[in-house]
Design a protein around this ligand. Structure first.
Ligand code: FAD
Ligand code: MLT
Ligand code: ZN
Length: 482
């Protein structure tokens, strides 16, 4: 997309970058920490979906919290707008500039600060890649309490800034519970730190919570302290085929009751999401026969014999009661990875055909999948879906355990007619079910104008007041949802 694709936003009255500004940033950083080359900047100006593209002329890559602080202090004094960027895997256009904002990459802040093997508390710089953090923890017998398909690129700070949910929220809960402390550079350059936080700390307001999910609008996260659970000794994965969404719900109820404390993921995939994934992966599907819905169940516990017995008994019961009609259990780690791959590759498979319109919503479980049908029917009525049309397909999948559906509308190219057909239709539909228009990806630029579908006027007023308090010059991540 080009600027014409979002003509409703005008550049605000920020200063334009000058040679003098660049010279000052050169004083703060060494030369390889500044990027001004247009081609090199493209990767940072454009988002993962190739849907949003800014025109920043400068990327800064500090290595320390003090450098971040100096950069932000100067930007604030000079009225220069800044967009904080982690691994740039965000899915709502929040991590890239809209106009010429300076991109502040946190990739250089990548040090492990400490790990306490008694409490499980890990302290890292915000730019540490999630997978690196988890690999480090693996060696210590611990696990990062969040996992997602973008783990090889996204940052610990990035997932905290978006309050990402991921594949095991069902087991480990939200980052609002596991993050114990943050180090943050405020929009005036001041460093505030609660990084030494303890598990319990009721001395007044829990200020760190505001930054979790603030999407770079209130401060730049430079350090994270997080409570990590012991790594389960045994993982098992089953991939099931079911005949209706009602059966998906039945399976979920049974899984919770029969697998209890070892259930660590319950993921839904509709038939069409697997068709897209098969076209992309070009390998044979785990289940020979096709089904309207597929479920991936993961258990993790401390005793493989015990866990496997439980999983097998659960599957036997579910087959006997005809709740599920097909299924396989992974026999080793490679098979576990393969089964997960059929779930984790859906985002890429939806995007690879040219682009994707993504809707990440919370809906009460009874109506969770229905949105996918409603959107598909609407696209068909508008004559936008099918061979030779902009839309390849509308597919639904997600984290049933969290009441979170992902509706992906895979397109051959981005097209205003498709967007108009789906927006605000999807948001109205979700609001009508008292759902949330952003379950885990955030609001970013995409949902800038739609926050009112999930938040009241009184709440929006408070959000704006908080933004005004923390960032009176509004230099951090402008044009996004606040
Ligand atoms: P970015 O994309 O760089 O930034 C995201 C937002 O946070 C932006 O607004 C940015 O300004 C801000 N930000 C980044 N770093 C900082 C910082 N240090 N301080 C302040 N603000 C900052 N999300 C889920 O919730 N669950 C999933 O299962 C999931 N799976 C995904 C799978 C794939 C293949 C992809 C591409 C994305 C997925 N996501 C998922 C989206 C998710 O939002 C990101 O992967 C992750 O949370 C973003 O981290 P990042 O470091 O890439 O941040
Ligand atoms: C997922 O669950 O796969 C993620 O939230 C990413 C996505 O939906 O694209
Ligand atoms: Zn998700």
């Amino acid at each position: 997309l080009t600027k014409d694709s979002y003509p409703n936003v005008a550049r605000a009255n920020y200063a334009k970058l000058t040679d003098e500004h660049i010279a000052k940033f050169q004083e703060i950083l060494s030369s390889n920490q500044l990027i001004t080359d247009k081609d090199e900047l493209l990767n940072y100006n454009e988002d993962w979906m190739k849907k949003y593209r800014g025109e920043s002329q400068l990327l800064l890559k500090p290595k320390t919290t003090e450098e971040v602080s100096e950069i932000i202090k100067y930007a604030s004094e000079q009225n220069l707008a800044v967009v904080p960027q982690g691994g740039n895997t965000g899915l709502v256009g929040g991590s890239v500039p809209v106009f010429d904002e300076i991109i502040l990459s946190l990739a250089g802040l990548n040090k492990f600060r400490s790990f306490d093997s008694t409490s499980g508390i890990l302290k890292v710089d915000s730019g540490v890649i999630l997978e690196n953090a988890d690999n480090f923890l693996k060696e210590q017998g611990y696990i990062f309490p969040l996992d997602l398909g973008a783990k090889g690129s996204c940052h610990v700070g990035g997932v905290v800034a978006t309050n990402a949910g991921g594949l095991r929220l069902l087991r480990y809960g939200s980052l609002h519970g596991s993050v114990l402390g943050l180090e943050v550079v405020l929009p005036n350059g001041e460093i505030v730190s609660s990084i030494n936080a303890l598990r319990k700390d009721n001395t007044g307001y829990d200020l760190k919570q505001l930054f979790i999910g603030s999407e770079g609008t209130l401060g730049v996260i430079t350090g994270v302290s997080i409570l990590c659970p012991p790594r389960p000794k045994s993982f098992n994965v089953a991939f099931l085929g079911v005949e209706s969404y009602d059966k998906v719900k039945e399976t979920f109820v049974k899984a919770k009751a029969e697998l209890g404390e070892i259930l660590s993921a319950f993921e839904l995939m509709d038939h069409n999401s697997q068709v897209l994934t098969k076209n992309h992966l070009k390998t044979s599907h785990p289940l020979e026969e096709e089904h309207p819905f597929y479920i991936l169940i993961e258990t993790s516990g401390s005793n493989n014999t015990h866990d496997m017995e439980k999983l097998e008994a659960f599957l036997e019961n579910a087959f006997e009661s005809e709740t599920i009609s097909d299924g396989v259990i992974a026999q080793d780690e490679t098979q576990i990875k393969t089964l997960w791959n059929w779930r984790e590759s859906i985002p890429e498979s939806s995007q690879i055909g040219g682009g994707v319109y993504k809707y990440d919503v919370s809906i009460p479980l009874d109506d969770l999948y229905e949105l996918t049908n409603a959107a598909r029917e609407r696209l068909i009525e508008a004559d936008l879906l099918g061979e030779g049309k902009p839309v390849i397909d509308a597919v639904g999948y997600g984290h049933v355990g969290d009441g979170n559906l992902h509706l992906n509308v895979a397109v051959r190219h981005y097209d205003k007619a498709v967007e108009k057909c789906l927006e605000p239709f999807v948001y109205e539909w979700v609001s009508g079910k008292n759902g949330s228009i952003s379950a885990e990806h955030g609001l970013g630029f995409q949902k800038k104008n739609y926050i009112g579908y999930s938040k009241s006027e009184a709440e929006i007023k408070l959000i704006k007041q908080l933004k005004g308090l923390y960032d009176p010059k509004a230099i951090l991540n402008p044009y996004k949802y606040v």
